[in-house]
Design a protein around this ligand. Structure first.
Ligand SMILES: Nc1nc2c(ncn2[C@@H]2O[C@H](COP(=O)(O)OP(=O)(O)OP(=O)(O)O)[C@@H](O)[C@H]2O)c(=O)[nH]1
Ligand SMILES: [Mg+2]
Length: 371
């Protein structure tokens, strides 16, 4: 392939079909499912909204599974959420809750199709209630035999340190093997007092490897958890790049590599949820990152490979292909991370300048050979 052909390829990429590529990427995604349960008013729905950045109550696309359980499978999020109506005080009501929720998980996880299983259960207990009830303890123990369960101590802004310690001690004594995480959606609570990261880290660790990426992809908050998974994603494309260059090839024959890098950038962009905004953002991404991938590839390599004089003379071997793909992945990832953080803080981000070619190229230089 000659230099003109590369130009043609790059031109073609300008018209590349983002949605089609994304559909291809996402076709085989397996979705993890999380059941969020506990007493009434403990903040279950608020927790879901906080972490996944969606207003479950408002979106109203839930599908009632039982009187108490609503299933949400939001568009563009690779996750299934079961929000439950909390149990109320009173022996009868607690028994009903128990039958309904535990019965549901038992039935779901008894099926041979693991897609229908409840993979994780977050059992919420409000610190505002100041106590752990026998129903809580029984329900957690019952869930423990059916799925992966942890306790989320919610609304910790409404309790003192002493009260929180007492609740933790009861749980530790009665359910020594169950992990407990303290959280609140009150922005005034100092970050170091909260364990969002712990909850999400636990969740990723208790999911099958095939579900971890999708879980992280669905998160709209606590972005550092996403970072670890994004790195794994990049390594998959690095392996693909190594496979695409089994013997050294002229840079002008790198169409397959550029396609891999373009796909990786699209995947990362979607992974970070930057395209959950408007269609305009998608358009800008296509015009900026996708259109520039080929140019970035050739220009960076001329800078990075000692002795490379021109595109035509430069040879790409497997080492260069993997180092470059890795550096490009890290560069796009870093910009995505920063952009997603700014967007999570409610900032309007100019994608064109955030993903400008020189920004990406500087980062590539930083990460090249740092694998
Ligand atoms: N102070 C404080 N209030 C909270 C927190 N989380 C939720 N709330 C409030 O607690 C109330 C109940 O929250 P929900 O998220 O509706 O609770 P729920 O567990 O879904 O309740 P049910 O669906 O009725 O079982 C709402 O008014 C929330 O605004 C928190 O961390 N701190
Ligand atoms: Mg609710």
């Amino acid at each position: 392939m000659k230099e003109e052909d590369i130009k043609k390829l790059i031109d073609k990429l300008q018209y590349f079909d983002y949605d089609k590529l994304l559909n291809k990427i996402r076709k085989n995604v397996k979705k993890p499912s999380v059941l969020v349960t506990g007493g009434t008013g403990v903040g279950k729905s608020s927790l879901i909204n906080h972490l996944f950045g969606m207003d479950v109550a408002k979106t109203g696309n839930g599908k009632p599974m039982t009187d108490r359980i609503t299933r949400y499978e939001p568009e563009n999020y690779d996750v299934v959420l079961y929000d439950t109506l909390g149990y109320e005080v009173g022996e009868d009501k607690q028994q009903q809750f128990y039958k309904d929720v535990i019965g549901f998980v038992k039935k779901a996880n008894g099926q041979s199709d693991i897609k229908k299983h409840v993979h994780l259960a977050w059992y919420c207990i409000s610190a505002a209630n100041k106590r752990v009830t026998p129903t809580d303890l029984d329900a957690i123990a019952a869930l423990d035999g059916l799925t992966e369960v942890c306790v989320v101590l919610t609304q910790i802004d409404a309790a003192t340190m002493v009260e929180l310690d007492e609740m933790k001690q009861v749980l530790q004594k009665k359910l020594p093997k169950t992990s407990v995480f303290l959280v609140s959606i009150d922005p005034r609570v100092p970050e170091e007092k909260m364990q969002w990261n712990g909850l999400l880290g636990w969740s990723v660790d208790h999911l099958d490897a095939g579900l971890q990426l999708a879980f992280a992809q669905a998160l709209g908050q606590e972005l550092h958890v996403k970072h670890v998974q994004a790195d794994k994603l990049i390594h998959r494309y690095v392996a693909a790049a190594a496979g695409a260059v089994v013997c050294p090839l002229p840079m002008t024959d790198s169409a397959a590599l550029i396609a891999i890098q373009t796909t990786m950038a699209t995947h990362l962009f979607n992974f970070w949820g930057i395209d959950r905004g408007t269609d305009k953002i998608k358009e800008v991404f296509v015009n900026v990152v996708v259109a520039n991938t080929g140019r970035i590839f050739s220009r960076s390599l001329l800078k990075l490979i000692p002795g490379a004089g021109s595109i035509a003379a430069t040879v790409v071997n497997s080492g260069v292909a993997t180092s470059f793909t890795y550096a490009f992945g890290r560069a796009v990832n870093e910009v995505c991370y920063k952009t997603a953080s700014r967007m999570a803080n409610g900032e309007k981000v100019d994608i064109t300048s955030a993903f400008a070619m020189d920004v990406i190229m500087k980062l590539i230089q930083k990460y090249y050979n740092k694998k």
